[in-house]
Write a protein that binds this ligand. Structure first.
Ligand code: IFM
Length: 691
């Protein structure tokens, strides 16, 4: 297995934010953006913590960023060696995808700066940094400023109503109290040699005489303490600790890759993009936390650090197949937040569990009623994602069902999974309206968010029925079963028309028949919110009926896949990064292998090509795109390989794109590793081995 590094040379200020996302490191609980040590909050330096949230006044409640533990500024006389002020002779940065290690090298005539950082999984709340200065061709007298920057980058902050810095020797301790009165601290242990050290407000300052070709190393071990425990025992780290933890981290990552890696022979571009996508999954899956994975992963506070359907529909399947323990902890998050979902249902007058469209630690709704602002006027736009995107509850049941199917781990049902299912079933029954003997799910929003408050929405109704049927499948309670069966047998499902097409919602066909480019021309700016114009037309934001066909593929045949693909493809903007992987999968299943390939590449390169949407109206939506990363994995496994999961096993129906000579991957099914090898002619060999 060879996994190339992500590498960039040169420096362009315009790339700073993008590279911050691209070169992210994390361990599913902490994330540190791919920024440089001289940067500040202006360049969006951020140490993001998943599962910690705070609300400042009337702003959106969002995840917390901690102080930057590793700020370094180097000066020689009056010359600053910050890349923001001083153009280097050579600049290089890399991300070792195999080992989740960030590295940078910036060369000036007089000196070279190198740094690296990583966030181990083995030690949950630790980040390690190393910084090296080399004097190039003469002795140098340097001044170094090094320490903790408490001027934090925040979107809806400030989140720390009190900030205190304590300093003992080379240790700096930040103690913060959030607006929600949570105590969080950060203990930063620095290792460096210096004679006279001054300290001011989180920063050490000292002079350094560096001989020609001499090297000077600085280390930092930063520990985040989330429970306010001030007596926590933190080891005293040494230089040898750095090497030891780094070695263990490398081995850990190598083990993770063993199952997750996919070989796409003959296509280096696709291979690299897929490796990069899988990297993002690996730095997000942490079985020891039940805080789930936010839509922007650990790259920052965009989307409030909240968890969406992205996790259950895109990411959970990746982990179910490659690391079921992580999948289980993601599902546990939905069990733990059931209370919030019950409260939300009650608030809106429904029974059961109405999961939050944007969910945080409590499971209460974090999605604002005005989730988008008008780009020109700055005025908030009323959206109904929160109240009407009810498919989220069914998506969660879907993820539970697939997990059980693949792992045979029924204990998740006893641990609360069945309660989730029952409450979700009750919710859909209470949401529906009986009309002429049929239960209709009206006034909702499907994955296509441009058409709000529609009736008989295909994705939602099919998934609602699936959720209720899944609950019936697993439960014993006869009375409840009969009640659920009555609903399931009589729910109204949009039917296939004479051409095998499923109408996305009642009245969709009557919408103005224009295509994506027509709507684009109606916008005054590409960053305008598309919903305003698209809602009047057939143009949709993202896979909706197509997503339904992917998820419930057992219920439809190839003719239906093809008819709906042909119909909806020209109307789909792919305005969400969740769209293209769904189209890729269906394109593979109908034999459109070129489109399948293009859509896969689109999904896999979302964080590499710099072309993604950064604004929705006036709201910044940049960051990494884990659902799209997971989607590229799914495009290969469910699309190119045609994996179909069934209650009694699985089947493969491969359709390799022309550029790919062979495809090899592993997944875990029923506690056994399945080794799949697909040849150019779509013949394949499966071998099985013990875990
Ligand atoms: O969950 C998605 C949604 O489908 C489209 N807008 C962005 C959300 C978060 O990724």
């Amino acid at each position: 297995m060879k996994i190339d590094k992500l590498e960039k040379t040169g420096f362009d200020k315009n790339n700073i934010i993008n590279y911050g996302n691209m070169f992210l490191v994390g361990n599913g609980h902490l994330g540190y953006r791919g920024t440089y040590e001289e940067y500040t909050k202006e360049q969006m330096v951020s140490l993001n913590v998943v599962g910690l949230y705070d609300k400042y006044k009337k702003s959106w409640r969002e995840s917390i960023n901690m102080p930057n533990p590793f700020k370094v500024l180097v000066k020689c006389l009056d010359e600053s060696f910050s890349i923001l002020e001083n153009e280097p002779v050579y600049n290089y940065q890399s991300l070792d995808l195999e080992h989740a290690l960030f590295y940078r090298k910036t060369e000036y005539k007089e000196l070279t700066i190198e740094s690296e950082r990583f966030i181990p999984f083995i030690d949950q709340n630790l980040i390690l940094f190393k910084y090296t200065i080399t004097a190039n061709d003469k002795d140098l007298s340097l001044n170094i400023k090094l320490g903790t920057d408490t001027d934090i980058y925040e979107i809806n902050g400030p989140h720390f109503r009190t900030k205190k810095l304590l300093h003992r020797g080379k240790k700096i301790e930040f103690r913060g109290r959030t607006n929600e009165l949570r105590r969080v601290s950060e203990i930063n242990q620095y290792i460096f040699n210096a004679k006279e050290i001054e300290y001011d407000n989180g920063m050490f300052s000292f002079n350094l005489e560096l001989k020609e070709n001499g090297k000077y190393d600085i280390y930092c071990f930063s520990t985040i303490i989330e429970n306010g425990d001030l007596d926590i025992d933190i080891p005293k780290y040494l230089v040898s600790s750095y090497k030891r933890i780094k070695n263990a981290h490398f081995k850990d990552l190598e083990n993770k890759w063993k199952i997750a890696h996919i070989e796409l022979k003959g296509d280096e571009h696709a291979q690299f993009a897929l490796n990069y996508s899988i990297y993002h999954m690996l730095i997000l899956g942490n079985e020891r936390f039940e805080t789930s994975i936010p839509a922007r992963g650990v790259s920052g506070q965009v989307y409030k650090g909240a968890i969406f359907w992205d996790t259950e529909i895109f990411m959970v399947p990746f982990f179910t197949l490659t690391n079921p323990k992580v999948a289980r902890s993601l599902l546990k998050y939905r069990i733990n937040t059931l209370k919030g979902a019950l409260a939300k249902a009650k608030e809106y007058g429904y029974d059961g569990a109405f999961y939050a469209w944007e969910s945080q630690d409590t499971g209460l709704e974090a999605c604002s009623k005005y989730n988008i602002t008008d780009r020109k006027t700055g005025k908030p736009i009323r959206t109904y994602f929160n109240e009407k995107q009810i498919h989220i509850s069914a998506d969660i049941v879907y993820a539970f069902d697939k997990y059980v199917q693949v792992t045979s781990d029924h204990s998740i049902l006893d641990d609360g999974g069945l309660d989730v299912m029952k409450e979700v079933a009750k919710f859909f029954i209470s949401y529906s309206k009986l009309d002429k003997g049929k239960y209709h799910i009206n006034d909702c929003i499907g994955p296509d968010e441009y058409h709000e408050r529609v009736d008989d929405e295909a994705f939602t109704t099919y998934l609602a029925k699936y959720a209720v049927d899944t609950c019936i499948k697993y439960m014993d309670d006869i009375d409840l079963k009969n009640k659920f069966k009555e609903f399931s047998e009589n729910i109204y499902l949009p039917k296939l028309n004479d051409y095998n097409i499923i109408e996305q919602f009642k009245g969709y066909y009557k919408k103005e028949d224009v295509k994506v480019e027509d709507v684009r021309l109606r916008l005054s700016d590409e960053n305008d919110y598309w919903g305003a114009e698209a809602s009047k037309t057939r143009v949709i934001k993202q896979a909706d009926v197509i997503a339904l066909l992917v998820l419930l593929n057992n219920q439809f045949n190839k003719d239906v896949f093809k008819a709906n693909f042909d119909f909806y493809y020209p109307y789909t903007e792919h305005g969400s990064s969740l769209s293209s992987s769904m189209y890729s999968i269906i394109a593979s299943l109908v034999g459109y292998s070129d489109i399948a390939y293009d859509m896969f590449i689109k999904s896999a390169t979302i964080d590499l090509d710099g072309k993604k949407k950064e604004w929705a109206g006036g709201i910044y939506i940049g960051g990494t795109h884990p659902a799209s990363n997971a989607g590229s994995y799914l495009s290969v496994v469910f699309g190119f390989a045609g994996l179909i999961l069934k209650d009694d096993g699985y089947t493969l129906n491969p359709n390799l794109p022309d550029k790919i000579e062979s495809l090899k991957f592993k997944f875990i099914f029923n506690n056994k590793i399945q080794n799949i090898c697909i040849n150019r002619d779509n013949t394949y060999v499966i071998t099985e081995e013990d875990l």
